[in-house]
Design a binder for this molecule. Structure first.
Ligand SMILES: [Zn+2]
Ligand SMILES: [Zn+2]
Length: 244
């Protein structure tokens, strides 16, 4: 596993990257072609999401904002997802989940056109001192097994794009859950997420929160995180996932 943090001087890290490129050449995560993590052919096959949905009912919604009729006291205020969870996108997300390759995450995030960010008026309005970007945390035991949190890796890659600071100390995962995909019913998934998150901030200084995760599938994780943050006083919680 190789990680290049900003701590290395540019010269040394470039040198190391060059050496590693020779020792471990990059292959396209989609088709295996040598050179980059995303080859032009696989990039052109990526489907971007142009029709945002309400994160509560999952029907179409303007800008991804939760429908007024779907709103509940502690709900997510909206959701932005960029790509269909399919093909090369699915492979890249799985790649990031099981191997720590920060430059794969950076290359992946760079595929999101800037216009996709600037078109999201809600995200734009969140730029500012009090908003924070919060990756969905892993349970500490899972973090130990895996060594890193893929949502945090993606969050690091988008914090500059959004100009919202990344905070990994606010939201904690205090209960280890069964993977959502193994849960059959919606009720079981809801119960599974009971008491999963806690907030490490007791004052009322919590501003708007942008939650980041790799993929929105059942939405149960993100809804539970929003619920916890709002109970503690977050005025607004918006979700971002790379894929859906
Ligand atoms: Zn390819
Ligand atoms: Zn709705």
């Amino acid at each position: 596993m190789f990680v290049f943090g900003p701590g290395l001087t540019p010269g040394i890290s470039t040198l190391i990257v060059n050496i590693l490129d020779i020792l471990f050449p990059k292959h396209c995560v989609g088709c295996g072609r040598l050179g980059r993590y995303f080859c032009p052919g696989c990039i052109s096959a990526i489907q971007t999401i142009n029709a945002p949905i309400c994160p509560a009912c999952e029907n179409l919604a303007i800008d991804g904002a939760t429908h007024p009729g779907c709103r509940t006291r502690y709900c997510l205020d909206g959701l932005t997802s960029f790509f269909r969870y399919d093909g090369v996108v699915r492979k890249a997300i799985k790649g990031i989940k099981y191997r720590l390759i920060f430059d794969l995450a950076v290359e992946f995030i760079s595929l999101i056109p800037d216009v996709s960010f600037s078109r999201r008026t809600t995200l734009l309005s969140l730029k500012g001192q009090s908003s924070v970007l919060v990756p969905i945390p892993l349970h500490p035991s899972r973090l130990r097994e895996r060594g890193f949190n893929q949502a945090e890796v993606l969050g690091k890659a988008i914090t500059d794009k959004l100009n919202i600071p990344l905070r990994t100390d606010i939201l904690l995962r205090v209960k280890r859950t069964i993977p959502q995909v193994e849960m059959k019913s919606k009720d079981a998934r809801l119960k599974n997420m009971d008491g999963v998150f806690a907030v490490n901030q007791d004052d009322d200084s919590l501003g708007p929160v942008v939650l980041v995760d790799d993929v929105f599938t059942t939405g149960a994780t993100m809804r539970a995180a929003a619920n916890t943050l709002k109970r503690i006083g977050a005025p607004f919680v918006w979700g971002i996932t790379i894929a859906r």
